[in-house]
Design a protein around this ligand. Sequence first.
Ligand code: NAP
Ligand code: MG
Length: 405
Amino acid sequence: MVGKIKVKTPVVEMDGDEMTRVMWRMVKDYLLLPYLDIKIEYYDLGLRNRDNTDDRITVDAANAIKKYKVGVKCATITPNADRVKEYGLKKQWESPNGTIRRMLDGTVFRAPVLVKNIKPVVRNWKKPIHIGRHAYGDVYQNQEIKVPGPGVGELVFTPSDGGEPVRRTINKFKKSGILQGIHNTDASIRSFATACFTYALDQNIDLWFSAKDTVSKVYDAEFRKIFAEEYEANWRDKFEKNGIEYFFTLIDDAVARIIKSEGGMLWACKNYDGDVMSDMLASANGSLAMMTSVLVSPRGFFEYEAAHGTVQKHYYKHLAGEKTSTNSMALIFAWTGCLKKRAELDKTPEVADFAVKVEKAAIETVESGIMTGDLIKVADPDPGNRQVYTEDFINYIKQNLEKKL
Ligand code: NAP
Ligand code: MG
């Protein structure tokens, strides 16, 4: 290879914590920086720096993504009480992902990286099943009441303009029971729909949206209606031109069809469905470390990351001087996803071409039997399979990459 490949516009990089921070450095140093002439807008979202800056750094990073449109993020600790003690934090800072998602108004999409020697549990799945989860409202922002005894449970809406309240009787309790109230907003549903249409078109795959509007004739029906309106108004032409389609189906029908499908679609799910189904898809595909994740904002911002966390247990082993066999695939694919998007926006196909070579080198490494501990457990048994350490895995990928440049 002669000279480095130039990345025209800066990329927003967000560093993170623990084992992923260790691997992040290696991925950059071994697989990217030797080959790319790239300007990086660096934000250290490691927990210590978030604490030092009173979490200002997370807000700055999100603003930088708004400016440059594309970012890549390492996994970060969401502090709980234990972490406050462990790091001597000023307070229990909010999840950086939550802060960024709120600022960019985004939807999270996940997709597995497929390799030939790790078969999904569902044998007919040939292409990745992408999942988009609405990350606002429903049961996650609910109000609940434990009903102690006889009484009436009601749903009441009181208009701000002084109009008559609207009331519905939910149940007349004769004995003890439970009650729950949930909500969503048209704006949030519309922005979710827009993000899903944007992502499906970007990936050139069909979009399925599922809910239960036969039972939930107002609530779920509103989701269905907004998706349909959005499709007709802004997407039908673009979808048809690209030979992809949008359709709505009931959630139970969607589950049955997904299992029988060969994959290759975006499945848009309501908040709870997406929570459950994305974990099912991740484990059905072998390992959390093979799951990529991207936050797509309806305003055209993209943030790439791995779906897994900071792999805390491995990090403590690493700190104790033990070698670990931690998988860097999802981190690598976060970087390549970011570079491919940058290339698309900058119109620099040579950058996209490099990113694809990195992905191929990584996939070929696993397919040649060189694997980390999580993969060896789920791969097709083969006497040639070898478990390697964290750093060696990345070096094997580098060797494969060098052959392609
Ligand atoms: P985790 O980091 O996803 O790890 C859970 C387990 O999954 C690991 O102990 C390991 O299993 C396996 N695993 C995950 N990624 C792996 C990889 N790359 N290679 C090999 N094995 C992998 O979840 P956690 O330990 O529950 O959470 C740790 C921290 O991550 C928490 O502080 C949490 O706040 C944070 N977190 C951040 C994000 C994010 O930034 N997006 C997401 C989730 C969690 P074995 O131990 O069995 O090998
Ligand atoms: Mg879940």
